[in-house]
Ligand binder design. Structure first.
Ligand code: 2M8
Length: 441
């Protein structure tokens, strides 16, 4: 892309973020997602950190309003003025838990943890004259980040080995990704939940999870709500428990970033390093399949790997989980394979392998390309000593948004965009990708 084109992409990205800005935080999309989402806001803060230090800090502070007293940082902090989203605060009823905050309403589950990574980006990208303020920001946020990570190791670590369990597909961030639908098949639903979907009024049903998937999502929500969002009690009988490779890898990266934050402000790094080691080695022990040369999610209820090839396994690059030999094998055999994750004339990286029986190029997490995923994979490739591949992935991702705009997800063969328009994280992370190329933003 030439300089003018890059400039135009950045300008358009900033305008998407400005359009979705509600003053103190940013919604993921103009209409489809009217509340504040956890990992969306962290990605948004990373983009903002390049050109608006104050607003980036504010994005994170707003998100932290929703933190529970047990450390959980919720998937959604509800906007009292946001409607037209199901399930809203009346369905979640977070106030049933004594741990939930009193002054804001939230959902009762979390999302992949990008908080430490976002805080570190804010410090790294702070203008020279504002490094002291950035350091104070880290001092202010570190206890919250630590408490959030502690939540995982205390409440979601049922085997005590650091392999964190995800108990709801919405918690994974990759809602209808095949491993969740597969694990969902084993959930016995005692009744059919009654509700009305609102998402398919805005986006074609062909591009969204199915009604059957939504039954599972809502059923699991209601089941956990019956336990008043009590983690221990729910984990004792939770019918869906996935030790998700993407989720755990993102946590590994976040632990390293938390250690870096501790170092910057002169605090002890042992705890996050120890957490990182535990989760990294548990992933390598339990989730690696040596025959296929891939990491797979583990279904803790069924007691076995879910051998479906998705982007989850590739995130071990981002999390600095995969040792050199495994990383090299996974890159050659899976990532760069034109039949799996690198469509030769299309756009890498499809969320589910092109050869999987689950693959659908137009439906949500069943196959489309997501900018947030490509961003993590590009960072992962750089960490794995493959900067040239990271640069290629960046260029192809920029080509995608140039072709189709800041859509939520894209067809890996044609680049056609689907889902909402003006999707905040696509805009924010594109800005970060351009900045990482050394271009002004
Ligand atoms: C999508 O998930 C929400 C539920 O959290 C939904 O479909 O209503 C996912 O893509 C998730 O990763 C994302 O955080 C959220 C908001 O962009 O939308």
């Amino acid at each position: 892309m030439i300089e003018d084109e890059l400039e135009a992409v950045v300008r358009a990205g900033k305008s998407v973020l400005a359009g979705n800005d509600l003053g103190r935080w940013t919604k993921p999309a103009p209409n489809l997602y009217p509340h504040q989402w956890n990992w969306d806001s962290c990605f948004i803060a990373i983009g903002l950190s390049h050109y608006n230090f104050d607003r980036a800090c504010q994005e994170i502070r707003s998100l932290l309003r929703g933190q529970w007293s047990n450390g959980l940082l919720p998937q959604i902090v509800f906007n009292p003025e946001g409607d037209d989203y199901f399930p809203g605060p009346d369905v979640w009823q977070s106030h049933r838990s004594p741990d939930a905050p009193k002054d804001v309403q939230t959902s009762g589950i979390t999302q992949p943890t990008v908080l430490a990574t976002a805080a570190l980006s804010i410090w790294r990208n702070a203008p020279d004259g504002r490094k002291d303020e950035a350091k104070s920001f880290l001092q202010e946020t570190l206890p919250h980040i630590r408490h959030y990570h502690q939540f995982f190791y205390e409440e979601r670590n049922p085997d005590g080995d650091g392999l964190i369990v995800v108990i709801h597909p919405w918690e994974s961030g990759t809602d209808n990704s095949p491993p969740y639908l597969d694990a969902g098949k084993r959930v016995h639903m005692a009744y059919k939940p009654q509700y009305t979907r609102l998402d398919t009024r805005q986006v074609s049903a062909a591009n969204r999870p199915s009604d059957k998937d939504y039954d599972l999502f809502v059923y699991l929500l209601e089941l956990m709500r019956q336990d008043n969002w009590d983690q221990k009690s729910y984990l004792g009988h939770a019918p869906l428990q996935v030790q998700d490779v993407l989720f755990n890898s993102v946590l590994c990266r976040a632990n390293l970033d938390l250690a870096a934050i501790a170092e910057i402000i002169g605090q002890d790094q042992d705890e996050p390093r120890e957490w990182y080691e535990q989760t990294r080695s548990a992933l390598n022990r339990r989730c690696w399949d040596d025959e296929d040369g891939m990491y797979y999610d583990y279904d803790r209820v069924a007691g076995r790997l879910i051998k479906i090839d998705t982007i989850a396994g590739l995130h071990t690059l981002y999390g600095r989980v995969a040792p050199e030999d495994r990383a090299a094998r996974m890159i050659e055999v899976h990532l760069l394979n034109p039949k799996l994750f690198w469509p030769p004339s299309g756009y890498p990286v499809p969320s589910t392998s092109l050869s999987s029986e689950w693959f659908n190029p137009e439906n949500y997490w069943l196959g489309p390309v997501w900018i947030g995923i490509n961003w993590m994979l590009a960072r992962g490739l750089s960490s794995a000593g493959r900067p040239e591949l990271a640069a290629t992935l960046t260029t192809r991702s920029l080509g995608l948004v140039q072709r189709s705009g800041y859509r939520e997800y894209f067809n890996p063969y044609t680049g056609q965009g689907y889902g909402t328009e003006d999707f905040s994280w696509a805009a924010a992370l594109t800005i970060d990708l351009v900045a990482e190329m050394g271009e002004p933003v």
